[in-house]
Design a protein around this ligand. Sequence first.
Ligand SMILES: [Zn+2]
Length: 438
Amino acid sequence: MVSDKKEPFVIRSRLFTPLDGGGSDEYLYYDDGFLVVGDGGRILFVGSELPEEYAHYRVHRTQHLIFPGFVDAHVHYPQVPVVASYGTSLLEWLDKYTFPEEIKYGDSSYAGRRAAQFLTLILARGVTSAAVFSTIHQVAFEALQASNRDLGLNLVSGVTGMDRGAPDALSVDIDVFKDINEKAIETSRGLERFGYAITPRFAISCSDQMLDYCGQLLESDQSLLMQTHINETEDEILATSELFPNAADYLEVYDSFGLLGDRSLFAHGIHNTATEYERWALSGASVVHCPTSNTFLGSGLFDADGYVSRGINVGLGSDVGGGFSLNPFVTMAEAYKVAKLRGQVLDPLLLVYWHTLGGAKAIHQDDSIGSLESGKYADFCLIDITSDEVGFEMWERAGTVHEKLFSLMFLMPDSKNRVVATFTAGVLRWQDETEPGF
Ligand SMILES: [Zn+2]
């Protein structure tokens, strides 16, 4: 088993990685490739012939596919227990299922248990980086930080801001919010691979005062990101326009408080107006497409071409618990289906790009994660593609790498093929218990 953090090693097997740009030829694939990991947890080499200088390293040979770790660019860790809650749309779903669950995260031991469970679940699905929503509670945020000290993912998170439109137990006074935020930013600075994102939940749960504070904070510290929701459902848009009558549209609400810029991540963005698309493109902000959430809650169909044609960066998110799966392959397959319902066809390589490099760009870390390239962190997973007879047959039969990826997306979640091990910074963080080791 590869578990020694300090010792460099080589993994030899099939290897795939997208490369920057997202074009249809921008990837590497080897039937027999080498991934060399240095003692600092960074990638030293990727290729089909092992350079002499690494020949003395331990080589682990496997049949599994070496794949870059996924970036879940929008997910709520406290919502794992409400996944697959029946029969509502967004605003009712929040009131009926989500808010009652989030109230429990004021208890640090409950939050700690759930944070560790969440991080283990995503590791087991090949996710190595995530932009995570917490709750309004300081202890819930600290629980995520504490759990990640042991589990070692690359995270971005923030204390969720809400001071209206929520139960009293989930509404925080602005002065308390400021205090919690500032403490949370300070503690995050001391952690490895843990970035801070200012996190106003969405416009209707935040007063002008709270959004104004968030905007000033974002402006004052260039190391911070901002994550929130936008244009998810028609009801939400209507409620937003009633609360902010002076704003021409939803994006202008955020823009007017200084929250629209290249360090902003907006989840959903389904029902944009043409003006919103244009302003969005100029801002450099990223959209996080959350297809399983959008179909599950019936929120609407994301217009992939609307973003791609304007050069807006796209990441993919599970949005659990609005989304029903933490599995990146399910998310990518659902994104493909949503596009088809709009008459659009998405290249499977683009879907993989969105779920790796697109997410990495959204959190401003594409220079260090998102693909398997020299100098980046060795964040990767091993995927068993041979255990399932039909799945492997489709993999072998596929004439192009695009077709191989496509068959993985649709066949893997319902087959014996699966992620069997996940590494971050070259350290084995999770392994399927049936795996003998490698
Ligand atoms: Zn969400």
